[in-house]
Design a protein around this ligand. Structure first.
Ligand code: NAI
Length: 329
């Protein structure tokens, strides 16, 4: 059976082919899945999609008409899927709930350290034969307060690792408070986390309650000089308000691995283009901002786990077994 794999980069193909071990046949397409490209999956009972593919009702309807019955997401988040539409069209959705929380936690901390010690600037300076330290003054994480929003798999790993740096940890997670406390962490209401944290890092899912969790009002509640990190989902932040906070020197450091409008930019080479998105262009010119292009998950271990879980879900479907990682109804 043919399986149409969208947003498939060469590295995805390598890991998928290795995991499938000749049991499955993939039609790998580098194109993103959306209403314009869904036709390419005509006749594919199984489709695999990634984080920025458009799985709204229009795309799903076209896939259903073409015979698709299973969509295997190669990511954890499924905010890009219209689950109600999938249910209405009898398309089942599976995801990869945890491929390497370590990868994302480690990248989060890499952003924190690179920002505080101004590593991109230091690296470029030394390559230019400039060994001056002016402008490179950093700060110790020891003794600082880290606010973690979302105490799930990734948030807890970040908390654990930053505790080892000597940070006081505050966690806000309305659905996981008890577990956070049992693990010895201090939990806090959102307002008090904003008011007390020197560093704030986001690890909650994107949904109707968390969209624009970081907005103008909440930026104003944060400490002057705060460091803000988002490796979860771009729309957790109103990026315009965050930019204003940076311009007003209220936010002193920003580390992003995700961006609200990343769909049209990330995972592609735009180095010769005139990028039309003025917000991201402005952000990446600021000396106290580091943006990476949704690479927090991108380790060998994570790609291997994504490929193995995707293949095993597809095999469960083909052999009529219960789907371990089905999401939605
Ligand atoms: P998880 O499901 O283990 O943890 C999420 C936590 O957020 C849960 O404990 C949940 O109770 C909490 N939560 C839900 N609503 C909340 C709210 N309104 N306020 C505060 N907390 C809330 O998920 P995991 O694996 O830790 O992933 C976190 C996020 O990281 C994912 O949702 C995904 O968007 C992002 N991610 C980013 C990647 C990257 O490459 N940049 C890769 C993988 C995940």
């Amino acid at each position: 059976m043919q399986i149409a794999v969208f947003s498939a980069k060469p590295y995805d193909q390598t890991f998928l082919l290795r995991a499938a071990a000749d049991e499955l046949e993939f039609q790998c397409l580098e194109l993103a899945l959306n209403p314009a490209t869904a036709v390419l999956a005509q006749g594919a009972e199984v489709v695999s999609a990634f984080v920025n593919d458009d799985l709204g009702r229009e795309t799903l309807t076209m896939l259903a008409e073409g015979g698709t019955r299973l969509i295997a997401l190669r990511c954890a988040g499924f905010n890009q899927v219209d689950l109600q539409a999938a249910k209405d069209l009898a398309i089942r959705i599976v995801n990869v709930p945890a491929y390497s929380p370590y990868a994302v936690a480690e990248h989060t901390i890499a952003l924190m350290l690179a920002l505080s010690r101004k590593l991109p600037r230091a690296y470029n300076r030394v390559r230019d034969g400039n060994f001056s330290l002016d402008g490179l003054l950093g700060f110790d994480f020891y003794g600082k307060t880290l606010g973690v929003i979302g105490g799930g798999k990734i948030g807890m790993l970040v908390a654990e690792r930053m505790q080892a740096f000597g940070c006081r940890i505050l966690i806000y997670d309305p659905f996981n408070e008890e577990k956070c406390r049992q693990q010895g962490y201090e939990t806090a209401a959102l307002d008090s986390l904003f008011a007390s944290s020197d560093i704030i890092t986001l690890h909650c899912p994107l949904n109707e309650h968390t969209r624009y969790l970081i907005n103008r009002d909440n930026v104003a509640r944060m400490k002057q000089g705060v460091m803000l990190i988002n490796t979860s989902r771009g729309a957790l932040m109103d990026t315009q308000s965050v930019l204003e906070g940076l311009k007003a020197h209220h936010i002193a450091y920003l580390g992003l691995d995700v961006y609200e409008q990343e769909g049209s930019l990330f995972f592609e080479d735009h180095s010769l283009d005139i990028i039309q998105d003025d917000v991201i262009q402005r952000l990446i010119t600021l000396p106290n901002v580091i943006v990476t292009g949704h690479q927090a998950y991108f380790t060998k271990e994570a790609l291997q786990h994504i490929a193995e879980t995707t293949v095993s879900s597809i095999l469960q479907y083909l052999h009529d077994k219960p789907l371990t990682y089905q999401v939605g109804g």
